[in-house]
Design a protein around this ligand. Structure first.
Ligand SMILES: Nc1nc2c(ncn2[C@@H]2O[C@H](COP(=O)(O)OP(=O)(O)OP(=O)(O)O)[C@@H](O)[C@H]2O)c(=O)[nH]1
Ligand SMILES: [Zn+2]
Length: 375
């Protein structure tokens, strides 16, 4: 008889679910108990911290609470050349200071920046996965101080292994024909897992021949552009025109990926849009908020394609990151094809920034030729 075997304690599975639970707590402005060996700390999202709760956290702290910030945010705060995440000591939690350091424009570091340790980096990864600002209040505690508290505990290994586990659990959970305007022979295939906090969808247009290079577009969700026709980006045009093109040609597959805001989430995208309305470009705005150029991974998108039986693609994109990721995942990129949106006064700077700062293959002359006469 195996000793004390638990029926529902299966290593990979329980880790994944522990992080899912921790994400729910973290997004609901509750502290999560992080464990690294015998070391324990309570992690609280800086953007959601409230005085009542931070007062309770202060009562547990032995004066060694710290604020963990991303390298991008630290650079913005003037911590010169900072390539790594870092911590600032905060013996008692000062919410005004937290807000300044995490979010305010023109703020400056006001204390020495220490190196982030394993717990700190796992806390930041939790914030990224939770799609909140990458700024976390971390309060080291002893087990006895939190015994019996209704807290979710999660190991840093579980957090660090979460992305890979999310890719590994990708599975089709539903599929059905969904005739679209202009593309009546279309099937939606829904996958659970991957990236983000929701499901992913593969939209199979027509009957693509899987034995040759399949026209494929990896399309990151853009609520504003895809659904509402925002003029700030080119997403809506790219989405609809790609589906139309696939329907009119030999078919293809569009992956609709839960990666709003280049993987920052819709709330951070709106924060970035506010900064853009004050003159910041798309990448600088993200950096002010503590994000790097792009938070997305595309390994899970390649895994979706493999599950659909695709081994070679014609990649419909201007983004070199997507092409590199498909190749790195072991799929053949037989050809690439540019996907031009439509320029207008509101998105032309965004498109130029993508070309100049992230190396997107955007031919401005070809793009401008597509401008509507009223622009
Ligand atoms: N953070 C941030 N995200 C943005 C902004 N504008 C658009 N996005 C997001 O950027 C992503 C654009 O994704 P895609 O349409 O797949 O395009 P792409 O990476 O530009 O590459 P291709 O269109 O394939 O060439 C979506 O997730 C949008 O929500 C912005 O100003 N800031
Ligand atoms: Zn968009």
């Amino acid at each position: 008889m195996p000793q004390s075997r638990k029926l529902f304690d299966r290593p990979g599975e329980t880790d994944l679910v522990a992080v899912d639970r921790a994400l729910a707590e973290f997004r609901a402005a509750r502290p999560v108990l992080l464990r690294h060996g015998a070391e324990l700390a309570l992690a609280l999202s800086a953007e959601l911290a409230e005085a009542d709760l931070t007062g309770r956290l202060d009562s547990l702290s032995a004066g060694n609470t710290r604020l963990v910030l991303s390298s991008a945010r630290l650079r913005r705060l003037g911590a010169k050349g900072r390539a790594e995440t870092g911590i600032l000591a905060m013996p008692t939690i000062d919410l005004a200071r937290v807000e300044t350091l995490a979010l305010k424009l023109d703020a400056r570091v006001d204390a020495p920046v220490g190196p982030a340790g394993a717990l700190d980096n796992a806390a930041l990864e939790l914030a990224r996965l939770a799609l909140v600002l990458p700024a976390v209040i971390l309060v080291p505690v002893q087990a006895a101080q939190v015994a019996g508290e209704p807290l979710i505990e999660v190991s840093i290994d579980a957090i660090n292994g979460y992305r890979a586990a999310q890719v590994a659990r990708l599975a089709i959970v539903g599929r059905a024909p969904v005739p679209l305007e202009g593309a009546p022979e279309t099937e939606f295939v829904v996958f659970r897992g991957g990236e983000g906090l929701r499901d992913q969808v593969a939209i199979i247009v027509g009957k693509p021949d899987l034995s040759t290079a399949v026209p494929v577009r990896l399309h990151s969700a853009c609520l504003t552009g895809d659904l509402f026709g925002s003029l700030k980006c080119d997403c809506g045009d790219q989405l609809r025109e790609t589906v139309q093109w696939m329907a009119e040609n030999e078919g293809g597959i569009l992956l609709y990926l839960d990666q709003e805001g280049r993987g920052n989430g819709i709330s951070n995208k709106m924060r970035a849009y506010k900064l853009q309305s004050q003159g910041w470009d798309t990448y600088d705005a993200d950096e002010v908020l503590g994000f790097d150029l792009d938070q997305r991974h595309f390994d899970f998108a390649a895994a979706m394609l493999k599950q659909l039986g695709v081994s070679s693609v014609t990649a419909l994109t201007n983004n070199p990151l997507k092409i590199g990721a498909i190749k790195a995942a072991g799929l053949e990129v037989a050809a690439t094809q540019r996907v031009l949106g439509r320029p207008n006064v509101h998105n032309v700077r965004y498109l130029a920034s993508k070309r100049d700062r992230a190396g997107h293959f955007i031919d401005m002359d070809a793009l401008m030729a597509r401008a509507a006469p009223k622009d």
